[in-house]
Design a protein around this ligand. Structure first.
Ligand SMILES: C[C@@]1(CC(=O)O)c2cc3[nH]c(cc4nc(cc5[nH]c(cc(n2)[C@H]1CCC(=O)O)[C@@](C)(CC(=O)O)[C@@H]5CCC(=O)O)C(CC(=O)O)=C4CCC(=O)O)c(CCC(=O)O)c3CC(=O)O
Ligand SMILES: NC(=O)C1=CN([C@@H]2O[C@H](COP(=O)(O)OP(=O)(O)OC[C@H]3O[C@@H](n4cnc5c(N)ncnc54)[C@H](O)[C@@H]3O)[C@@H](O)[C@H]2O)C=CC1
Length: 199
């Protein structure tokens, strides 16, 4: 029997949290872009001895929510942050920072070391209010990326119209909880059926 993915997915309000990112090289940039793609107003403190000046420098100049510190990590960097993401080129440093962060009960992602991660980034598909997160349990980011591309192509771009309509119907439905659940299930079942027939 192959391994099952036991990760528990959540959708973070990243724009209401403060994220510390240590490391500003290729991997740091990739993780920074992943956060901003989903949560453009996320507040991120980036600490790196050196960083990809063109890309990260430009991003920070245009975005007041990014604080860039060009220096080595210090323990105080963990003060008043909610999440920690590590993307340096030093495994020892990652182990050391992770230990300091765990003392403060912070959740840590170590981009290049799944074993040291409390959580993984996933690929994400966003269409209006709909967001789908994809995980391969840390096994194959490439498959995550391909699944994202597949879903991006397959899910109609106007799916948000359906959500907008359902919000209205949900507001207008009168009756007890069970009645509302039944009605909403009926409406969406017919939508699924129609979609299948169209294919
Ligand atoms: C565990 C995890 C930790 C984390 O970063 O949170 C992790 C770890 C590692 N990634 C590595 C490499 C690559 N990462 C990507 C891409 C993405 N990586 C992402 C997430 C994750 N990467 C988490 C697991 C996600 C899951 O469970 O599926 C995505 C989904 C999200 C994002 O970062 O935005 C994003 C796709 C976004 C999109 O396009 O949709 C590509 C593909 C490419 O760039 O084309 C490659 C090169 C090909 C390859 O190696 O597969 C290596 C180096 C291996 C080595 O040393 O060679 C490690 C370390 C290791 O595995 O040991
Ligand atoms: N670049 C890639 O696509 C891949 C990278 N990796 C691994 O991931 C790790 C990171 O890779 P890259 O981002 O390419 O490395 P990089 O060398 O471009 O970036 C490392 C970053 O860590 C920073 N750093 C180092 N020590 C620091 C400290 N004490 N305090 C603050 N910042 C510090 C550096 O200033 C730099 O910004 C490496 O271990 C690499 O082997 C693995 C697979 C692919």
């Amino acid at each position: 029997m192959s391994e099952r993915n036991n990760l528990f997915p959540v959708f973070l309000k990243a724009e209401e949290l403060k994220i510390l990112l240590v490391g500003g090289g290729n991997v740091g940039l990739e993780k920074l872009e992943a956060i901003l793609k989903n949560s453009p107003n996320a507040k991120i403190k980036i600490v790196a001895e050196e960083f990809r000046r063109k890309e990260i420098g430009d991003l920070a100049r245009d975005n007041g929510n990014l604080q860039l510190y060009e220096r080595a990590f210090t323990e105080e960097d963990l003060d008043s942050v909610d999440l920690v993401m590590l993307a340096t080129d030093s495994r020892d440093l990652h182990i050391q920072i992770r230990a300091l962060a765990k003392k403060r009960s912070l959740l840590v992602n170590v981009a290049d070391t799944p074993d040291l991660c409390d959580f993984y980034l996933g690929s994400t598909v966003t269409k209006g209010s709909l967001k789908i997160g994809i995980s391969t349990n840390g096994k194959s980011p490439t498959l995550s990326k391909r699944m994202r591309q597949y879903l991006e192509e397959t899910i109609p771009d106007d799916i948000d119209n359906l959500i907008v309509k359902l919000v209205e119907i949900r507001k207008q439905l009168k009756g007890d909880f069970d009645f509302k659940v039944n009605q909403l299930n009926e409406i969406t079942a017919s939508w699924l059926k129609k979609n299948k027939e169209d294919q």
